[in-house]
Design a protein around this ligand. Structure first.
Ligand code: PGA
Length: 249
């Protein structure tokens, strides 16, 4: 971290009902009183966004969706649009998570979704990251820089403050096999450099994601180009998540 206010975001994935989200967020309110030194976001499933936003009203913790369609409305069964996320109380959204990409989301779709989210006033957490095979084949840099360039294709420099890029190596997600701090730093610096072609690199938030825990967060977040974390499994427990936030702060 280097002068940038860190962001810790909890990606709940397909976990928690509205009632469970409310309970979790009420507990988070108690655990994170006042204005935490790190920025904090929670990313519930669509059906729990409203409950989470209500429980966090009046706090600096913001709520984000986990995906957004590029269209504002229409015949797109099962999809959710940016205006719908906003109306439910979200102020941001994750775009291009590897679990979405594995279901067929393309770079072009990711770029269109980033653009749609920004157009409607949402903040964006854009996810990029390589597979184990790509890392072992020495293709990490080519792959990740390609994803960053594609995802940012329509983004303007003035929008930097509403953007974060999460470097999440696929082999580290949900596996307990965290990237080393050196790997996270190397990838974070690379993401920042290539993102600088379109956005303001020095102020851009670059997060690390992939098996972040209260135990390993400090070592990862100490790195210069790791401005926070996108936390999956460990964000489901409010106490553990709050510990990660206090590490970042
Ligand atoms: P994890 O997930 O922390 O459970 O590895 C991170 C993510 O997928 O965002």
């Amino acid at each position: 971290m280097s002068g940038r206010r860190p962001l810790v975001a909890g990606n709940w994935k397909m976990n928690k009902t509205g009632a469970e989200a409310r309970e979790h967020c009420v507990r988070l309110r108690e655990l994170l009183p006042g204005e935490p030194a790190a920025e904090v976001a929670v990313c519930p499933p669509f059906t729990a966004i409203e409950a989470a936003a209500e429980a966090l009203a009046g706090t600096p913790v913001w709520v984000a969706g986990q995906n957004v369609n590029e269209a504002a409305w229409g015949a797109r069964t099962g999809e959710i649009s940016a205006p719908m996320l906003l109306a439910a109380g979200a102020s941001g959204v994750i775009v291009g998570h590897s679990e979405r990409r594995a279901m067929g989301e393309t770079d072009a779709q990711v770029a269109a979704r980033v653009r749609a989210a920004l157009d409607h006033g949402l903040r964006v957490i854009l996810c990029v990251g390589e597979s184990l095979g790509q890392r072992e084949a020495g293709e990490t840099e080519a792959w990740v820089t390609g994803q960053v360039r594609a995802g940012l294709a329509g983004v303007e420099r003035a929008e930097t403050a509403r953007l974060a890029i999460a470097y999440e190596p696929i082999w580290a997600i949900g596996t307990g096999r965290t990237a080393t701090p050196e790997m996270a730093q190397e990838a974070g610096a690379m993401v920042r450099a290539v993102a600088g072609e379109r956005v303001d690199a020095p102020s851009l938030l670059v997060l690390y994601g992939g098996s972040v825990t209260p135990e390993n967060a400090a070592d990862l977040l100490r790195e210069r180009d790791v401005d926070g974390a996108l936390v999956g499994g460990a964000s489901l427990d409010p106490e553990g998540f709050a510990r990660i936030v206090s590490t970042a702060a």
